[in-house]
Design a protein around this ligand. Sequence first.
Ligand SMILES: *Cc1c(COP(=O)(O)O)cnc(C)c1O
Length: 419
Amino acid sequence: MGARYHRRMKTPATDLSTRLIHLDYQPPAGFMAPAPAVHKASTVIFPSVAAMRTRQWMDKSSYTYGLHGTPTTFILEERLCALEGGLQCVLVPSGLAAIANVSLALLKAGDEVLIPDNAYGPNQSMAQATLAQFGIRHVLYDPLDVADLAAKLSPATRLVWLEAPGSVTMEFPDLLEMVRLCKSRGVTTALDNTWGAGLAFAPFDLMGDGSGSLAVDVSVHALTKYPSGGGDVLMGSVITRDAALHLKIKLLHMHLGLGVGANDVEAVLRSLPSIALRYRAHDLAARDLARWMQQQSPVVQVLHPALPGSPGHAHWQAVCGALHGGEGWAAGLFSVVFDARYSQHQVDAFCDGLRLFKLGYSWGGPMSLVVPYDIASMRHRPVPHLQPGHVVRFSVGLEAVQDLQQDLQQAMQCAFAPA
Ligand SMILES: *Cc1c(COP(=O)(O)O)cnc(C)c1O
């Protein structure tokens, strides 16, 4: 291939501008370094017309166009498969694009999709606006009630979204029973695995015994969070273990043109080797702070699935508790409910008064973040397991726990001081 390419290009390159584009020099083969090469391509060059006509874009046996993959994207896809225990992976420009890719690939007019009531908000809004436009109905189910999910499965249900735990209110569902139920009804399950990140539990081996006897069908991951780890990249992945399912997802990915940029892939590849160390550090710091917040008088409830008494704690225990030598890992997120006796104004003043925790969406980076939420406007069903009050979510970064604790303390003292 190389020889033929050189022979064809050498002859016409007489002018400097031509030679600057069609340069004969090739670096020697055999270079190795910890980081893979960053290949950037829209155009991929074929050695012959025959290759152009016969190469396949659907598998990873060759290259056809930048959108369909480069050595750089293939490497990240394979590493993410290793992280999550999958066989096929598709990279998309954000976590939300990953959710959209799955729903749009697997659903058609007349179908129904079930979404937990505590799911990542934009998943619900997309169903409400975009899926509805295509004649796809969505139904919200209670994430803490398997019977409710069972009751809502209908002959039209084609997809069940799962999220463990739910965004913001952090309820961990009975993942094992929910997946068993969907399997018994022949309904495809898609898990938003951003929180677990392939580390707290294995989405394709939920029993955690290496058997793979109980698995979700699709795992979606916002690589924006822990795989990036920098708060500076948007990317998502869709991982499967079934070739037919993957092909549907891959086809839609191609039709919508959901490619990712090589520099962003490079950033994720650079962070990925340290993901387990970072995840555990975020986890330990978040648990320290969550336990400390339980003792603070303005706080009526702390929502963290690994803390006893938190909604769904037993389900977290069942899926995550025995892993990592019985330590049971969790992400660096928790929410608190501030007593209803405080005004929204005081809660806002608390968030504004934090100096190290910054106001901002997303999580998984080095900087701690805080967001106040209005749960009443977010939930469509009653949430009796939540104490009345004001929900604030914390994403714990990599700062020293002592500094973060002092920050929380000073902001609470200022905002919630008795008048
Ligand atoms: C952040 C997040 C997403 C979306 O990821 P983006 O890359 O920001 O689009 C999806 N699901 C969950 C659970 C998330 O936390």
